[in-house]
Design a protein around this ligand. Structure first.
Ligand SMILES: *Cc1c(COP(=O)(O)O)cnc(C)c1O
Length: 369
């Protein structure tokens, strides 16, 4: 049995009729760009989060870019975030001309150390950008207190946290705005690229709608520059509408898989994920830690199980971000965990048989390293 980290094909086999019907309905609607499916998805996705506004965009990176721009963030501004994230979080901050400022992460949850944020604030700080990484939320109450005290907006990066909850509040409803990705692997994934920015603020919503549409206020009249063509596609929107009705089922299946892993590796020296108090984890990735990570991965690969690392290189150590000036050692926990973490197969269509195969093989490997 060859096992890959993720593939959409098993899910497509199960949902094929519905997906093809979604595609056909768009093709037959006579409207391929910014039509009824995008509008309906925006309403349904906003309602799912209990927020008034959602603007569909072309991917998660641009959901952050447009979110930052709509909050007025640009050249010379500093945005506080983490280096243990998918690089696009930081790519987006850089793309609007702002400077990312990193705090370290917690050794147990791998999430933003909110207690380090205050010390990172300068006269140029304009935004706090927590990343709800791997499927659980950053500790929001102290972050919200800092934001209120310093008058800073919070933009949540929810690309990995669709449906996650924090003391009962859903991810994306806690900041002034929140960015989502619908990249195919995500907890809510399209059949291609997609993204959305949701917000509680009507002015932010208006700016988002302009920015994704060349900066135009009405057709052929540009009011905001630089503008973008950053629209969510009708076909992806219609597929996302169908899949949104199944999102809670996908999450339930992810939780069952996580519970089985947790049980199977209890008592081994594999460190399984810890859920912070008040969090309902959605397990976008199931991140484990082992001091001999590379040996474990090599042994599994020899037995046809390919595993991913999310993420092997902290953003501040990547050569494209050398200009930020972070020396090696400047974010010690981020750097330490990056050498030890890896991810076990986690997606709703992973079968019980496949999961047991992963568990048996990994337990065997762990007994030998
Ligand atoms: C996937 C992801 C993004 C970027 O989304 P794309 O749709 O791939 O552009 C941004 N932030 C995080 C945390 C992500 O996981």
């Amino acid at each position: 049995m060859t096992l890959h980290v993720w593939g959409y094909l098993p899910e497509y086999e199960k949902e094929r009729d519905d997906i093809l019907d979604a595609v056909d309905s768009v093709f037959r609607s006579g409207k391929l760009v910014l039509g009824p499916s995008v509008k309906a998805f925006e309403e349904e996705f906003a309602a799912y989060h209990g927020v008034p506004h959602c603007v569909g965009v072309d991917n998660g990176t641009n959901a952050i870019v447009l979110g930052l721009r709509a909050l007025g963030i640009g050249a010379g501004d500093e945005v506080i975030t983490v280096s243990n994230t998918a690089a696009p979080t930081v790519v987006a901050i850089d793309a609007v001309g702002a400077t990312p400022v990193f705090v370290d992460v917690d050794r147990d949850t791998y999430l933003m150390r909110v207690d380090q944020v205050e010390a990172a604030i300068t006269s140029r700080t304009r935004c706090l950008l927590p990343v709800h990484l791997y499927g659980q939320c950053v500790d929001m109450a102290p972050l919200e207190a800092i934001a209120a005290e310093h008058g800073l907006p919070i933009l949540e990066d929810c690309a990995q946290a669709h449906g996650a909850r924090h003391h009962g509040r859903i991810a994306g409803s806690m900041g002034k705005a929140a960015a989502f990705s619908f990249y195919p692997t995500k907890v809510l994934g399209a059949y291609g690229d997609g993204g959305a920015t949701i917000t509680v603020d009507t002015e932010v919503e208006e700016r988002l709608r302009r920015l994704r549409y060349y900066g135009m206020e009405k057709v052929y009249h540009v009011v905001s520059t630089p503008g973008y063509n950053s629209r969510l596609d009708e076909v992806q929107a219609e597929i996302l509408r169908r899949k949104l009705t199944r999102l809670d089922d996908y999450i339930a299946r992810r939780r069952l898989i996580a519970a089985r892993y947790e049980e199977a590796f209890a008592g081994t020296d594999l460190v399984t994920p810890k859920t912070a108090p008040g969090n309902d984890h959605v397990y976008y990735v199931y991140v484990v830690r082992h001091p001999k990570r590379d040996e474990v991965i090599a042994a599994l690969k020899a037995r046809d199980i390919a595993l991913n690392i999310s993420y092997p290189w902290p953003v501040h150590t990547q050569s494209g971000f050398a200009h930020l000036g972070y020396a090696k050692g400047s974010l010690p926990v981020t750097e330490e965990v990056a050498d030890q973490i890896f991810s076990l197969p986690m997606f709703p269509s992973l079968s019980d048989v496949e999961q047991e195969h992963v568990i048996d093989t990994l337990r065997d490997v762990l007994a030998k390293v």
